[in-house]
Design a protein around this ligand. Sequence first.
Ligand SMILES: [Zn+2]
Length: 387
Amino acid sequence: MRWGVALLVGLVVVALLSLRVRPEEAPGRAEATMERARALHAHHDRVEQALRASLAAIDPELLAGLDRQPPPSRPAGYQVLPELGESATRSGAPAKPRVAAYSWPWTDTRIGWAEEELAALERRVAALPDIGAERRREEAGQIVLAFGGARGSLATVDAHVGYNALWQREIAANRAGYDRETDRMAAIVAGRAPGGDGRPPSPAPFVRLEHPAPHRWVVRLPLETDILDPAFLDAVREGVESRWHVVHGEDEYLLRIDLRRRSPAELHAGTAGGPPRPGEAIDTSAHCARFSQGAGKLTTGAGFLHVAPGSCILLGPEAITVHVLAHEVGHLLGFPDVYVRGYRDLGRDGFEVLEIAAVPDDIMGSPGDGPVTRRHFEPLVDVLGKR
Ligand SMILES: [Zn+2]
């Protein structure tokens, strides 16, 4: 494992020190992979239909088993909420930066794997009638389990497609900024620079500080939302507040989220046709702009969880954890990512998006499991206290 990481880090250093040329425009590169992903979905649907027909004939009980397998990924859309999964628990301190790389060619490779997995399942489904009756049910049960794996692969492909669609566009739109980040990344990997930049946080203007008692500081974040599910909102508010809670000696620091419900009808008052239908694709930046300026926003409709301009947390359809949402709230409190995102130029294939978790013991450096500490609250209270 350690050798694997060392090799990966080494490869990234070599990669970062090599090519830095402007890419030729590669029109349709994203579309080419998205087309393969759509073909994969169609193939997946065909195999599922064939499997369902076989299972219905062999034992309808197995159909129920198929429906219990992880569901395929859902398309993005208005009011589409992600499942809130368990937060990762950390075993031991990860000391070294982790490197992850995403690209259209790598997504193509994963699509190829998923296609092979499906083709193998397709052959097994087709062979079911040739198997003796007593072994047929057992084999059908095994295929149902394997189909759950194929669904997982499909979800992974969709996540890669969404991720590339977002970051390839961002990098193309801000090459100079990402060139600087790529240099910073090379320095961090080579051990020449720390990850955090030590600058104070710059919280959104509507974030307020209360100091109701000695040694007790309450950071208040107003957050508007048009999400309709009260249980989801409670889980988010309670989960995020519990992660942004630090006790250090006599000092206690808390975050309080003042959730303000906005009804979809009111947000879209005066628009022809009224609010979007649940599941409808929406223009997320136009949607974020419908909320008031004096609060953060939590809303739906994105392909992938991220914070958009205007302190707008946009949810996608894929499962997330409350911990990752607490990381996104950290952005509203004025903390930048301390993981570094750079890139390698792949010419006509676009960019290889590279990421390093520069400071693993920091929620802003490790969104999945990094902690909130007084290193966050102390400068935040300092900045807010001077307002
Ligand atoms: Zn972030």
